[in-house]
Design a protein around this ligand. Structure first.
Ligand code: SAM
Length: 464
């Protein structure tokens, strides 16, 4: 049984996490085999079991871990991959995060987008086919107050390009008050995303010297406040590379369990950002960088531990790593991203001003073509959010696995819509064949027929 280790408010019990790591050191091979077998039931894992899997070094056990993670991924998410793009609206920042190119110590001309500039960025994103954005901003109560963020959200939802609108805005802004979370909820955001950066309090303080973000307790309890403010989809993550990754993964799981016990639902998504080079950031000065092999295992272990929590991978990772992890756990990826303020217009003009270096520079259509070639259905679906299937409601449908009957036709329909609106003749032909082939694999006749009938409707110009 998992030990419940939380008071009303979120607090990581450091000694408990360290004891889990220590206790896992002499896990036997038989024990690892038993845990891997148990994971196949998709009921999650105990903390000590997660700690044990983090000790896997033997190649055959790692292979078995990937196999099971891959099977869970396919059972829960099928071959669908949700696509999104980040939109940076302001790089004003009062914080001094050691790892970040936006730290206030870095002197460059800061800016926040005007509403006209936001409209321009959104039009470019819409022309790329995006329907789902992650809004990003540095923390600055004066230059980037909540009212500005709310106005930006309204502007984004109200911006129409000839092929449609942004249908879901996830928001990644600094930890804030219950009142502000309530306002974000009223503004109809999708997921509220906040990375813990590190759960290790000592490392956290070192990484955030002399700044607002340095308040570990305030940051760690942000999701409690978000949920009190009515936001029921929250997206977590740690920045891998700052502290011991075993400590971080176990703490993420404790945090998730805390929210499940207190609010009835845990994380909607988990992101797995890994530290990248940035302005004034020298990776050689970080002693806990996570290598590729460990990173792959971490994603697979999280997949086993929380089978129904979406997992997000950004363009911080290269094409090869993205391809590998899509097979073993990741359900959402960003595509064609710019990680700088006004970045899409700048990129359109041939300049580049990113917050950190990306590793995958492909355009959305290149990513989509590659996904199709590898048998994945790129999805722009936002139906759950639009029909109120969020929080606990979403999780209970996801756990019944009936969600396939909604998600697959929706994903195929949005891919077909994308092909009609953005593809050239060759892409349209390729996508239509793929959508038809995939539709034929749907075992319920009514849903199969419905999906196939959508193809012609979309080609005739109908939209939902
Ligand atoms: N200002 C928001 C906050 O304080 O939570 C976050 C927005 S920031 C644009 C999004 C995330 O980028 C951060 O939470 C951090 O994890 C990540 N990030 C910052 N610097 C990075 C780097 N050098 N490499 C990779 N990710 C980085």
């Amino acid at each position: 049984m998992n030990r419940m280790r939380f008071e009303e408010n979120m607090k990581i019990d450091r000694d408990y996490v360290l004891s889990l790591i220590e206790g896992a050191k002499d896990t036997t091979d038989e024990e690892i085999d038993r845990i891997l077998e148990k994971a196949k039931d998709k009921k999650g894992l105990d903390h000590s079991e997660i700690a044990a899997l983090l000790e896997i070094t033997r190649e055959d056990q790692a292979q078995k871990l990937f196999e099971i993670a891959g099977k869970i991924k396919r059972d829960v998410y099928g071959n669908r991959v949700v696509l999104f793009a980040p939109l940076y609206i302001s790089d004003y920042c009062v914080n001094n995060c050691v790892y970040c190119g936006y730290k206030c110590k870095n002197k460059f001309k800061r800016r926040r987008l005007t509403m006209d500039e936001i409209r321009k960025e959104v039009e470019i994103l819409e022309q790329m086919g995006h329907k789902r954005l992650a809004l990003e901003a540095g923390e600055d109560p004066v230059n980037c107050p909540i009212d500005y963020v709310l106005e930006s959200i309204k502007t984004i939802y109200d911006t129409y390009e000839k092929n449609g609108v942004i249908r879901r805005i996830n928001v990644n802004i600094a930890a804030t008050t219950v009142e502000n979370y309530r306002k974000l909820k009223e503004a109809q955001i999708g997921t509220y995303i906040l990375f813990q950066e590190s759960y290790d309090e000592e490392v956290y303080r070192k990484m955030h010297p002399n700044c607002i973000k340095g308040d570990y307790d305030y940051h760690t309890t942000a999701f409690d406040r978000a949920m009190e403010g009515g936001i029921d989809d929250v997206g977590a993550g740690v920045l891998f590379g700052l502290a011991d990754p075993k400590f971080e993964v176990l703490s993420l799981m404790l945090h998730n369990q805390h929210l499940e016990k207190k609010f009835g639902v845990g994380f909607h998504t988990i992101s797995v950002p890994r530290l990248r080079p940035a302005e004034g950031v020298n990776l050689e000065t970080f002693p806990n960088l996570v290598d590729d092999e460990m990173f792959k295992k971490i994603v697979a272990i999280i997949r086993l531990a929380v089978p129904y929590t979406g997992m997000i991978l950004s363009t911080r990772e290269d094409e090869e790593m993205r391809k590998f992890l899509l097979e073993y756990g990741i359900s959402q990826v960003s595509a064609g991203s710019c990680t700088g303020v006004g970045g899409y217009e700048e990129a359109a003009n041939g300049r580049n001003i990113d917050q950190f270096e990306k590793a995958d520079e492909r355009t959305p259509i290149e990513v989509i073509t590659d996904l199709i070639d590898n048998g994945y259905i790129p999805s722009y679906c936002t139906a759950c959010y639009r029909t109120g299937r969020t929080g606990e409601k979403f999780m209970s449908i996801a756990k019944s696995e009936k969600i396939h009957y909604m998600c697959k036709p929706n994903a195929l329909t949005t891919l077909m819509e994308y092909a009609v609106d953005y593809g050239d003749e060759e892409f349209l032909k390729k996508a239509e064949k793929f959508v038809r082939d995939q539709a034929f694999t749907i075992d319920r006749e009514d849903i199969r027929e419905f999906t196939i009938s959508n193809i012609q409707k979309l080609k005739d110009g109908q939209r939902d």
